[in-house]
Design a protein around this ligand. Structure first.
Ligand code: ADE
Length: 228
């Protein structure tokens, strides 16, 4: 899989891409990340990539020309633009994108991107949450990590991907490791019982309880929380 990232801050990425699952996946060539400096497509001595908004108002808008030039060679790839006015990112999007051969991530900056780019060069506009960041770079890194860990062979144990939070619409259950008593706090007895049916039942109950307490929004429309 290839992920192309268009950004005015390519230097933001290399350190984060070098560690952990991402670092290993890149080294093993499970994925290739191509960092594209938008300023390489900008003209003039200042290599400007932004300009004042038509109609007035605060802030600057990312100019269409440099973005179009950077995106022209990437036609045919799936192109995602990060913007606070996009659809909210969820696991289903990451699942879908992880099946692609080539994904392009465009990091917006300033007050926004000229709408003609969003209309004619972008397949999906995506927000990573209901808050405003300085730009899409954090979002691009987040999505890259979220996708790469779904690639077969990227994680040590593929089962952990299947059973993890959100995959079945529930949060994960609590997990414990040794020692079984830590500063006087016991691991739940059932986990030490060796009884796999009881353990599975306990885990399911914990996932439901957690989800109901912490993220009832995930259950809306799927079940009646009161009856659960
Ligand atoms: N750029 C600025 N804020 C953003 C957000 N919430 N999601 C994606 N891109 C952004």
């Amino acid at each position: 899989m290839k992920i192309s990232i268009i950004t005015i801050f390519p230097e933001y990425f290399p350190q984060a891409l070098a560690v952990g699952i991402l670092g290993r996946a890149l080294e093993a060539r499970l994925v290739e990340v191509d960092l594209i400096d938008l300023r390489d497509y900008a003209e003039g001595t200042h290599r400007a990539v932004d300009d004042a908004p038509f109609g007035g108002g605060p802030g600057m808008v990312m100019m269409p020309e440099p973005l179009a030039k950077a995106l022209d060679p990437l036609e045919g790839t799936h192109r995602v633009l990060f913007t606070p006015v996009g659809r909210r990112l969820d696991q289903a999007m990451l699942d879908r994108w992880s099946d692609l051969d080539h994904l392009t991530l465009v990091c917006g900056r300033y007050e926004g991107v000229d709408e003609r780019i969003a209309e004619h060069f972008i397949d999906e506009e995506v927000s990573v949450g209901d808050y405003v960041l300085a730009g899409g770079e954090v979002a691009a890194l987040l999505v890259t990590e979220g996708i790469v860990r779904l690639l077969p062979e990227a994680v040590g144990n593929p089962c952990s991907v299947v059973f993890e939070s959100f995959r079945e619409g529930l949060l994960e259950e609590p997990v414990y490791t040794r020692p079984s008593v830590f500063r006087g706090w016991q691991v739940p007895e059932v986990l030490l019982s060796g009884d796999h049916r009881r353990i599975a039942a306990w885990r399911t109950a914990q996932r439901r309880e957690r989800t109901r307490d912490r993220r009832p929004d995930l259950l809306e429309g799927k079940c009646n929380v009161e009856e659960w």
